[in-house]
Design a protein around this ligand. Structure first.
Ligand SMILES: *[C@@H]1O[C@H](CO)[C@@H](O)[C@H](O)[C@H]1NC(C)=O
Length: 395
């Protein structure tokens, strides 16, 4: 009898040890919450239930999504949670519900709000944006925000988004808004070059974001950097087709303070894009600024506007503002930027008359057009150069 209870105790101890020795004490398989991997049934409620369980857990939790196709409508994962280590480990595909085009602005599909320490690892997110794109293309709604962004993080911190594929979003693929310390790595974004407003990754009002080893092929900006972005690192990003890597647009609304500061883009490549590295602001008064920006070690292949500052930004040419932009652009460094331009003017600085661009630096630039040196054009741009600069600087 004594032996037996010893054995029992040993078994119990082993069991307890097994539970606590794995790095995540609790694992929630989405199937056990009723999710159906059949590509038809709506699994929104099951995902929310699994999230609530993980969020209530006082220790680390993993939500596991196995292979299969899970249909989700608008899905909101809200915090705060009782732990700050919740991992979505995804092998399957998440499909957006077919959208009801024209029946209202959906604006978001999968949303995380007010969370800390959330990690999404793997998975395919398919926004099924075709119907929305067709609608936009056939109406004057091309630049409107109709449709849903696929993955949005707001008011969150310590976030990791790794190894996932985001495809065919109706609107932006990944949005990082009002967040702190976000790591995006080994992500792939895919949408047709003709799909409107399908920005790859949009960062706004956020600090400490890094985007590395990421490939983006889409119909709008690969990465768009909105107002309030600080300490952003972009490294080993492959962009194209798409509209390039853009700071802005800024200063659309009058008299707002819109600042972008300390952004680095390096060791990256742009292929067949409309722009390479771009800063764009509307020609309106504003108290905003853009400063401490570095573009370094960048390869351009057949890019329409490899280096561009456009302070008269007005993409659709309708009711454009005709003031002078109030956004002050300074301390922008372009270093080791090489490759080919698809238009004669590879370097264009169209700065504000009332707030000229200042302290621009060019160092070792080599951009050709049809195997010949390209050209540059300047308006209200002040700066200095070092090393060899082709096209010749127009400062
Ligand atoms: C600029 O941002 C980087 C992260 O990209 C950070 O490591 C660095 O400390 C920031 N510099 C300043 C002066 O804040």
């Amino acid at each position: 009898m004594a032996k037996r209870s010893h054995l029992l105790l040993l078994c119990q101890l082993t069991f307890i040890l097994l539970i606590f020795s794995s790095s995540n004490a609790f694992k929630y398989n989405i199937l056990s919450f009723g999710a159906k991997p059949d590509g038809r049934s709506d699994s929104t409620k099951s995902f929310i239930k699994a999230w609530q369980a993980a969020c209530k857990s006082s220790s680390s939790a993993t939500i596991y999504v196995p292979q299969g196709k899970f249909v989700l409508g608008l899905t909101k994962f809200n915090g705060p949670c009782k732990n700050n280590d919740i991992r979505f480990s995804i092998d399957g595909t998440l499909l957006a519900q077919s959208s009801k085009v024209g029946l209202g602005k959906l604006s978001q599909w999968i949303v995380f709000d007010n969370v800390q320490g959330v990690k999404i690892d793997g998975g395919t997110f398919d926004g099924r944006g075709k119907a929305v794109w067709a609608y936009k293309t056939s109406t004057s709604c091309w630049g409107c925000s109709l449709g849903a962004s696929s993955i949005t993080f707001t008011n969150s911190k310590d976030i990791e988004i790794t190894r996932l594929i985001s495809m065919n979003s109706e609107l932006y693929h990944i949005v990082i808004l009002k967040c702190k310390d976000v790591k995006v790595a080994e992500v792939s974004v895919k949408a047709p070059w003709k799909s409107p407003n399908t920005d790859g990754i949009h960062v706004q009002m956020s600090t400490g974001v890094s985007i590395t080893k990421t490939t983006i092929k889409t119909g709008d900006d690969c990465i768009s950097i909105g107002p309030g972005t600080k300490n952003l690192m972009i490294e080993q990003v492959f962009c194209g087709p798409g509209h390039g890597i853009s700071i802005g647009s800024l200063g659309k609304g009058e008299d707002e303070v819109e600042a972008v500061e300390n952004v680095t883009v390096r060791n990256s490549m742009l292929t067949g894009t409309e722009n390479g590295v771009r800063i764009k602001t509307w020609a309106r008064p504003s108290n905003g600024y853009v400063k401490a920006i570095t573009f370094e070690n960048i390869l351009m292949r057949d890019v329409n506007n490899p280096i561009i500052i456009d302070q008269n930004y007005c993409p659709h040419g309708k009711s454009c503002p005709d003031k002078s932009s109030g956004i002050k652009i300074s301390q922008v460094m372009y270093k080791n930027i090489k490759g080919s331009s698809a238009t004669p003017i590879a370097m264009k600085f169209e700065c504000s008359e009332s707030n000229p661009c200042s302290a621009l630096t060019l160092q070792n630039i080599a951009l050709t057009y049809q195997n010949h040196p390209s050209k540059s054009s300047c308006q209200h741009a002040l700066g200095h150069i070092s090393g060899s600069i082709v096209p010749p600087s127009c400062f």
